[in-house]
Design a protein around this ligand. Structure first.
Ligand code: SF4
Length: 347
């Protein structure tokens, strides 16, 4: 781990100083660039904040955090079934910046910006330029929500909604809270993991004052992503009344073992975060090398059931185009072939 990378700088400075050069990243990690065959697609370049790099192991090309952000030559290989819009989202936005896939919830892509570029991201080809809710479109979005009274929850997504300034974020929060039909505002964000300082005092205070229930769904894939600074920031946020959940993606060679998944759930819980979803990979072009066979995922899940109490078990799900919900993976489909300690299941 590289402790000297952890600075006292505010989160905006950390965001703007994120590493965008493979050479710089390898120099920090003391890795020979000749050891890796990389390819950087123009539409989705390397981007990783130093606070996240500080959690990687020096000199280890196989570090599970490094592998999530390091562009790989395999991304340039076309694989059948892996497409640019795996969830068919492009047909589900009645207004630019608003996706309406689920009956009672809408998702706002508030920004195309992310602090980090995860190589498996299903939105890496998404056309953010035409889908950003500009100030002009904000009125149309609020009117759309009012015209659909069954909507009671708004999900702020992106990109990463916490890459917006507090000023812009608070403006959205205020306008949404003014709609009486809304009970819940949810934020989907990876920023607390990659720059824990993003959970600054003004943000935590503002969230604690909301008249709506605030749910923050963080995105953490590996226990090494949770260091002391991350844990403290998360605990402060939860203590302010924010419900904290985690969604992870099951990634080949990164977190596809029972030990790592079990450790991830325990690390999350010790940070006052409950595991929520464990996603099968969305089949996005360029990410096939992270994919895990559904049968292997089920085997892993059964073993995890035998290890963890129910409240630490994330739901194993996949997203399919044109389904108004995340689809639970049928873990009984391969049941007869699985080995697990049945005495421990469902404790
Ligand atoms: S933070 Fe989320 S939206 Fe951004 S690149 Fe990673 S997975 Fe995609």
């Amino acid at each position: 781990m590289i402790n000297h990378l952890i600075t006292q700088k505010n989160w905006q400075s950390q965001l703007s100083e994120a590493i965008t050069s493979v050479d710089e990243l390898f120099a920090l990690l003391n890795i020979d660039p000749a050891a890796h065959n990389f390819y950087v697609p123009k539409h989705f370049r390397l981007r990783v904040p130093k606070a996240f790099v500080s959690k990687m192991r020096v000199g280890d090309l196989n570090d599970p955090l490094l592998k999530q952000v390091l562009p790989d030559a395999k991304e340039g290989v076309a694989v059948t079934g892996f497409v640019s819009d795996p969830l068919g989202e492009e047909g589900q936005n009645p207004i630019d910046g608003l996706l309406h896939k689920y009956e009672s919830r809408v998702l706002l892509t508030l920004t195309g910006a992310c602090a980090i570029h995860c190589r498996y991201c299903f939105r890496q080809h998404f056309d953010y330029q035409t889908n950003l809710p500009t100030i002009q479109k904000q009125t149309a979005i609020l009117e759309y929500i009012q015209a659909n009274p069954e909507i009671n929850e708004v999900i702020l997504s992106g990109g990463d909604p916490l890459s917006l300034s507090n000023r812009r974020l608070f403006d959205w929060l205020g306008k949404l809270e003014a709609l009486p039909q809304l009970t819940t505002i949810r934020l989907h964000t990876r920023l607390p993991i990659v720059i824990p300082d993003r959970l600054d005092q003004p943000l935590i205070e503002r969230l604690s004052q909301s008249r709506c229930q605030i749910v923050m769904v963080i995105h953490c894939n590996h226990p090494n992503e949770i260091d002391e600074a991350t844990k403290l920031a998360l605990k402060r946020t939860q203590a302010a009344g924010v419900t904290l959940l985690n969604q992870a993606v099951l990634l080949k060679g990164i977190n596809d073992s029972v030990e790592i998944q079990s450790s991830l759930s325990k690390h999350l819980f010790s940070s006052n975060v409950l595991p929520y979803y464990l996603h099968l990979l969305d089949k996005v072009a360029g990410a096939a090398h992270f994919d895990i066979d559904e049968r292997q995922a089920c085997e892993l899940y059964w073993q995890l059931l035998a290890k963890l109490p129910g409240y630490l078990m994330p739901k194993l799900v996949k997203e399919l185009p044109n389904r108004p919900f995340k689809v639970p993976v049928d873990i009984y489909k391969y049941g007869e072939a699985l080995q697990y300690n049945s005495k421990s299941v469902l404790v």
